[in-house]
Design a protein around this ligand. Structure first.
Ligand SMILES: Cc1ncc(COP(=O)(O)O)c(C=O)c1O
Length: 405
């Protein structure tokens, strides 16, 4: 590493912390985080004082609010985005003879919609512009065993919805939209998650709204919704035919789960939804400031914008390229030294031992994903950031670039 401090005005004040300067901030800042108000806390306490602290009427109200917002007939609340993917894979009927095509640039849970059902996850490469699945690569990955398709909204950027619905139609595939990053956004005039067959969201604390842990399946399909509801709660038929005179009689019709959420989590979710557009506005402001501040920085690719759409972006995933002057690993370390805990989303799935050992994947198989991954770094983006926090990120990136420039 070169010591350019002599070029930077003598006293070293512009020197990044990693090379001997003072950190831009003393307090650590992560890449994401929740925003909890007094109103959120009051809503949770009120729910705790109610009759139900497991799944009850507040969960139903939360589901109704989400289904209205997404413009679909059904929303089923579950304990996490991972659980939502699990139930979608089961409801889709994936099995051991099936292949399900998805992106390697995602969190493992996306592929678990296939693996939990003993199906094979088949990765297809991404579009380098949007960082979402490439429809051409998806077509190449389809075989006679393909049963499903799971496009993911990377950082909140919608995938090519029209192309994937066309492919699904041609090959009779079930589509599960992993919209964990995209809740609250619009794509070409339609709410994210509103297209067939099913979409899922996560309400983990770093996501667009939170319930602590939590997730949701949304769909217009009555049969799939009923299947997901049943599986969420033990695959139990609470009102079986032929037992009308035995009010206690409930029957297990298959192998279900306990993915029930609590009324107090749903109360937090409802309260958070009151501020959804406030959250979105703040995220958009921060993104606009970063885009402007980094426009002239060679070698820092700012995230793409989705045409004719108004996504709610979960991540500000930039790409550090050679012209920046240092590689991504050095960039991450230098930002950490500034007390800004940037993160990388994601180590591609085919790099992980699980997917290599179980399905034979190897490094080198998805060159676009790998090239994008080499540069990826998620800068802090969350509504609770104040202007000072945002400027700290801008200063840290700019001083690092100046140092290496
Ligand atoms: C794209 C994607 N899918 C699925 C999940 C799983 O969601 P959860 O953490 O709610 O289980 C995540 C969460 O990190 C995610 O980012």
């Amino acid at each position: 590493m070169t010591d350019n401090s002599a070029l930077k005005g003598g006293d070293g004040t512009d020197r990044p912390a990693a090379y001997g300067g003072e950190p831009v901030r003393e307090e650590g800042m992560g890449y994401g985080g929740q925003s909890i108000t007094e109103a959120d806390k009051e809503a949770v306490v009120e729910a705790l004082e109610g009759d139900y602290i497991t799944r009850g009427p507040t969960v139903e109200r939360f589901e109704e609010r989400v289904s209205d917002l997404v413009g679909v007939d059904h929303a089923v609340a579950v304990t996490s985005g991972t659980a939502a993917l699990h139930l979608c894979g089961r409801a889709a009927g994936f099995g051991s003879d099936d292949e399900v095509v998805t992106t390697p640039l995602t969190f493992a849970s996306t592929a678990h919609a296939a693996t939990y059902a003993d199906a094979t996850p088949v990765f297809a490469d991404i579009d380098p512009q949007t960082r979402t699945l490439d429809p051409v690569a998806v077509r190449e990955a389809i075989t006679e065993d393909t049963a499903g398709l799971i496009p993911m909204h990377y950082a909140g950027h919608p995938p090519d919805v029209t192309a994937f619905l066309e492919i699904a139609d041609e090959h009779d595939l079930t589509v599960i939209w992993d919209a964990c990053h995209g809740f609250g956004g619009d794509h070409r005039g339609e709410p994210v998650g509103s297209r067939p067959d099913m979409a899922i969201f996560s309400f983990h604390p770093v996501k667009n709204v939170t319930t602590g842990e939590g997730g949701m399946v949304v769909t217009d399909d009555d049969r799939l919704a009923e299947r997901v509801r049943r599986l969420r709660s033990f695959d139990m038929n609470y009102d079986p035919f032929g037992h009308e005179d035995e009010p206690w009689y409930q029957i297990i019709e298959g192998e279900g789960y306990n993915y029930n959420v609590t009324d107090f989590q749903a109360a937090l979710g409802l309260s958070q939804l009151d501020r959804l557009y406030e959250f979105k506005r703040r995220r958009d402001e921060i993104i606009a400031r970063y885009d402007e501040a980094f426009a002239d920085i060679e070698g820092l690719r700012t995230p793409p914008n989705a045409p004719d759409s108004d996504p709610m972006y979960h991540l500000y995933a930039a790409e550090v390229r050679e012209e920046f002057g240092c590689d991504r690993a050095e960039f991450v370390e230098a930002m950490h030294a500034e007390n800004i805990y940037v993160q990388v989303h994601y180590v591609p799935l085919h790099f992980h031992p699980f997917f290599q050992d179980e399905f034979g994947y190897e490094r080198g198989e998805f060159p676009v994903t790998e090239h994008v991954y080499e540069g990826l770094v998620s800068l802090p983006l969350y509504p609770a950031m104040d202007d000072g926090d945002v400027e700290d990120v801008v200063s840290a990136v700019r001083r690092l670039h100046a140092y290496h420039g």
